[in-house]
Design a protein around this ligand. Structure first.
Ligand code: NAP
Length: 341
């Protein structure tokens, strides 16, 4: 009998890719959505990419659950073999009150894990982030962040999202320490790029859309350590049957890319399209940040290039990561073909 995965946040950009790969790998998926009216959206997103599944109506089902409410979690876990917890707020603009993202992230992660534990579900895979890793100084002699680093949530420069991911991850590890029968693997992706499966996508795709809209006169000297969404999804699925990953964090990244390099990759693929490739001086971006909250959130990291060690992720996948410049162009192609920019 196929194993059933409870996939939280099934309407998410990454979760739809995970749902697709789970179904193609033979798992049944019970997705959690905030509103049951969006259940069809998840099925519609994965359907064109399935390798042969005809009984999607029985293999992919959805239940309505909210990270901030107790209702329904215990019932949703009945008959589940694996919890895959991806749901967490990922806002483009940081909220004024950090608790707006921290509380649903932390309380929601514990709600999901405790409900799984109560139902006897022992295998847990959770989506954390490099935001829970790189918000701290490297140790002396260390040249790249790795899974031993932890974001310092007492540092005022760490934004609410970074705090929410770190505190949620820590809460789950603390809980799992009390109950060693729980087998937890944490996936810590960098900035995720790659074509979404449908037009409802999250913050990271929105960043590529902003480059394509070319409304900003210059691009900031800012970048992310990026990863292809398909590699992120594959890692979530691959670790299910890898006991050696129990108790591990797996930081999954390909390489760092400045925004200007993303813009240049898009320009090379679409030479006739207006794409801004002039880099803004940092003082100008700081000034803009006074007026634009989305710009303000990147100001602390202007000009910072982060190195991250992906050895564990490569060993887990058994291959190098897909090159992210191609994933950036794939994202752009999707947005252009769907007339979204
Ligand atoms: P996304 O498309 O915004 O997905 C977030 C998911 O979480 C959505 O399904 C959303 O539901 C759900 N969610 C948010 N608040 C919720 C709440 N209070 N109750 C129930 N569900 C809630 O973002 P994503 O990029 O796919 O991110 C998925 C996960 O990956 C998150 O944990 C994020 O922190 C992590 N991550 C993302 C990146 C990246 O670059 N994209 C990098 C590292 C880690 P609705 O659709 O109803 O809003």
């Amino acid at each position: 009998m196929p194993q059933t995965v409870l996939l939280t946040g099934a309407t998410g950009y990454i979760a739809k890719h995970i749902a697709l790969q789970l179904l193609n790998a033979g798992y049944d998926v019970r997705g959690t959505v905030r509103s049951i009216s969006r259940a069809a959206e998840v099925a519609d997103a994965v359907r064109p990419h399935l390798n042969g599944t005809t009984d999607l109506d029985t293999r992919l089902t959805c239940v309505a659950l909210d990270l901030s409410r107790d209702d329904g979690w215990d019932e949703a876990m009945a008959g589940v073999d694996i919890l895959m917890h991806t749901a967490s707020p990922f806002p483009l603009v940081q909220p004024k009150d950090a608790d707006d993202v921290i509380r649903p992230a932390v309380d929601g992660a514990l709600r999901a894990v405790k409900a799984a534990h109560n139902a006897g579900v022992k295998r847990i895979v959770m989506t954390s982030s490099t935001a829970a890793i790189s918000g701290c100084a490297l140790s002396t002699g260390q040249t790249a962040y790795d899974e031993n680093n932890w974001t310092d949530t007492t540092d005022d420069r760490v934004n609410p999202y970074g705090k929410s991911k770190t505190l949620a991850e820590r809460a789950v590890w603390d809980y799992a320490k009390e109950y060693p029968e729980l087998k937890v693997t944490m996936i810590n992706p960098g900035f995720v790029v790659g074509a979404p499966l449908d037009k409802t996508f999250g913050t990271s795709v929105e960043v590529i859309a902003r480059i394509l809209r070319a409304k900003d006169p210059m691009v900031p000297q800012f970048g992310f350590t990026c990863v292809d969404v398909r590699d992120v999804a594959e890692t979530h699925v691959t670790v299910i049957d890898k006991p050696e990953t129990h108790g591990q964090r797996i930081m999954i990244v390909d390489r760092f890319m400045w925004f200007v390099d993303m813009a240049k990759a898009i320009k090379a693929a679409y030479p006739n399209r207006k794409v801004v490739t002039r880099v803004a001086p940092n003082f100008f971006v700081r000034l803009l940040g006074i007026f634009d909250p989305a710009v303000r959130s990147i100001v602390p990291d202007l000009g910072k290039r982060q190195a991250m060690d992906n050895a564990r992720a490569a060993a887990t996948l058994g291959r190098p990561m897909r090159p992210v410049p191609e994933a950036v162009v794939d994202t752009a192609t999707y947005l252009i073909d769907e007339d979204l920019v």
